[in-house]
Unconditional design. Structure first.
Length: 333
């Protein structure tokens, strides 16, 4: 529990350190990132989790774990992956921060809406929406502290961002090892094959939904890759913290492992996308970048020519000055 709490605080602190007030104000004036975060994290992903739970006929405990993961905001893993695929980092950070703030209100609402199908079961009747909101509210303090550090000490904020990204990976690995060691391999054997299938399909479908959403908004390719990663990558640390801190082990059982499985497969699939981009998509990205630079050079040359033309207008050369007849002036006394 201590490890989960500390890992979540460090991750949220790093997220706050990545947010600049100037970028935040610009996004509020033109809230495309906010809208994409809203549609991706709290419309597409909860609906996807609900449909997968119905298709695979999950029991109420597994369904709640899947729904909880699907209703979580975006995670910091997407920020790291966006760098590796030459994405729009400003958009990635704004979407992650926006979805985290929106989760304070929308995550309990989504859980309440989509858990109605299993309302007559004990786990849904005991679903602690108040504790979920309290856990979400506790994340606002490290985020606000991170924003303040970014404003006052930018260099320290850059260091904290790197530390938070590494702590994200280390915490997930340690949690997976500790859980598997303490509870034994019998825990993994108790997880149904349908839950493993959802852990594989859900992030993959999330990446596809995010890319399609960005295509509908007619965004450039690097922004499409960013939105794709932002939609499929969930804040599994927050999901783990909620399962750990709000449900008793007797009630949630082996489904405590689902967010860890989701983290494993979302990282592996994102890694495959990064590898595919490095092998096949990098050349086209370089050509697009070179094309943009050539256009900039051409426009710059045209601008210089126009400046030369403007400065030459109305000037008098030496020859023209000599050719002007100088008439003597007479002064009347």
């Amino acid at each position: 529990s201590v490890l989960v709490g500390l890992g979540l605080c460090v991750t949220m602190l790093g997220l706050g350190c990545a947010v600049e007030l100037g970028q935040l104000g610009q996004q509020l004036r033109r809230p495309v990132g906010l809208l994409l975060a809203l549609l991706g994290q709290f419309v597409a992903m909860p609906l996807l989790a609900f449909l997968l739970a119905l298709i695979f006929a999950l029991d109420e405990v597994a369904a709640v774990a899947v729904l909880l993961c699907g209703c979580c905001p975006g995670g910091n893993l997407s920020n790291l992956m966006s760098v590796l695929v030459d994405g729009d980092m400003n958009l990635s950070i704004i979407m992650t921060a926006s979805s985290t703030l929106l989760a304070l209100f929308l995550m309990p609402l989504c859980l309440w809406i989509y858990s109605r199908h299993w309302i007559n079961t004990a786990v849904v009747q005991l679903l602690p929406l108040g504790a979920v909101s309290l856990t979400l509210g506790s994340t606002l303090l490290p985020i606000g502290l991170g924003v303040l550090i970014r404003y006052r000490h930018p260099r320290a904020a850059d260091l904290l961002v790197k530390i938070s990204l590494w702590s994200l990976l280390v915490t997930l690995v340690v949690l997976f090892i500790l859980t598997g060691t303490m509870l034994g391999p019998d825990l993994l054997a108790q997880i149904p094959a349908s839950v493993y299938a959802i852990a594989v399909l859900m992030p993959l479908a999330g990446y596809a939904l995010g890319y399609g959403l960005a295509t509908v908004f007619k965004m450039p390719p690097h922004c499409r890759r960013t939105v794709s990663l932002e939609t499929g990558c969930q804040n599994v640390q927050l999901c783990t913290a909620i399962l750990k801190l709000t449900f008793s082990p007797e009630l949630i059982g082996s489904m405590y492992m689902f967010p860890l499985l989701y983290a494993l497969f979302q990282s592996a699939e994102a890694g495959l996308f990064v590898l595919a981009y490095k092998m096949y998509g990098r050349d086209s990205y370089k050509q697009d970048t070179l094309g943009e630079e050539e256009d900039t050079d051409i426009s710059y040359k045209k601008l210089k020519e126009e400046e030369v033309a403007d400065t030459s207008y109305g000037t008098v050369t030496t020859e023209e000055h000599n050719s002007i007849p100088m008439e003597p002036t007479q002064t009347a006394l």
